[in-house]
Design a protein. Structure first.
Length: 320
């Protein structure tokens, strides 16, 4: 059952501190396991990547050539997608591209009063590795949000890795990669994929920077290869905080909360409101959505184990 806290209760402070202190990262110490995988990939290259892919992603790969997703597979995936959904993907891509084009910095060069030329210039990273989740959830949006900024910046080679458990992959993920101009796609994931991108193998040339979200093993691997390559960040489990009063549609707020809960059993969704009655309405709406959500089991675990509804006396106490 979702955790409910009421500011007026005497136990609120203790309950709130318990909420803040929740440990949502994996309990297992993955550092040693990841270090072993990285060392093995550095030593054995493609052979190690194949072994770990077969072991963790339930694939049966025999040769290094099978690691790469072929152009014909990408073409088939594009044709398998609903045209209306593809159009939506293109609209999203155009909007993301437009936004990042406005972020691109300009070079500067000038001569000062002593006739000394000063300035700076921005040079794009040449080789970028894009990690796209393919385990518990697959999101074409992850492709767009990682590949398009790299393209806008001027990166010359985009390499995407995406695990394909049991050989399955969301066609929209490949369609998004095709739309963004990704140069190479490999059906690998986990720490082994990060190691392959960072150090290279006979089949996969090393990159200069690795970006994209993943599970605890991926995040730990990115942390361990940082310095050899650049990384974007060390990402933890997904989370969302919604501040809402009773003038909002409870069904919409519930959908927002579940948009993160469906990512992972350890994702966290929190509502802050100033109405106990409204809190009940949102809770009921969440339960209603869970009955039809495709990823009900994951979302329900997240909501019941780590979700929270916080009822405060006045919204002025909420984050601005």
């Amino acid at each position: 059952m979702v955790n409910k806290l009421f500011e007026k209760d005497a136990t609120f402070e203790a309950g709130f501190m318990d909420l803040l202190g929740q440990k949502r990262e994996t309990d297992a110490d993955v550092n040693a396991a990841v270090a072993e995988i990285i060392a093995d990939v550095r030593a054995r290259g493609d052979a190690a990547v194949i072994d770990y892919t077969n072991r963790f992603d339930r694939l049966t790969l025999s040769t290094a050539e099978e690691l790469k997703v072929s152009a014909s597979e990408v073409s088939a995936a594009v044709h398998a997608c609903d045209p209306e959904t593809l159009d939506a993907l293109k609209i999203a891509a155009d909007r993301i591209r437009s936004y990042h084009e406005k972020q691109r910095p300009d070079d500067l060069s000038y001569v000062d009063e002593d006739q000394i030329e000063l300035g700076y210039r921005w040079t794009p990273i040449e080789n970028v590795g894009l990690y796209v989740p393919g385990g518990l959830a697959t999101y074409p949006s992850s492709v767009l949000m990682n590949a398009i900024p790299a393209k806008v910046a001027g990166a010359s080679r985009l390499v995407m890795v995406v695990p394909t458990p049991d050989g399955n992959i969301n066609p929209l993920v490949l369609a998004a990669a095709d739309l963004c101009g990704v140069d190479e796609i490999y059906r690998i994931g986990g720490a082994q994929a990060v190691a392959a991108l960072a150090y290279g193998t006979d089949s996969i040339a090393a990159v200069d920077k690795i970006v994209g979200p993943g599970n605890a093993y991926v995040a730990t691997a990115k942390k361990q290869v940082f310095g050899t390559v650049g990384i974007d960040m060390i990402a933890g489990p997904s989370e969302i905080l919604v501040v809402a009063d009773d003038q909002n549609d409870p069904a919409w707020i519930a959908a927002d909360l579940l948009s993160q809960a469906e990512h992972d059993p350890v994702a966290q969704s929190i509502l802050i409101t100033d109405s106990a009655d409204y809190a009940k309405e949102v809770e009921a709406a969440v339960e209603h959505h869970l009955k039809s959500l495709p990823r009900t089991e994951i979302a329900a675990t997240s909501w019941n184990d780590y979700g929270a509804i916080i009822v405060i006396e006045n919204l002025s106490a909420a984050p601005a």
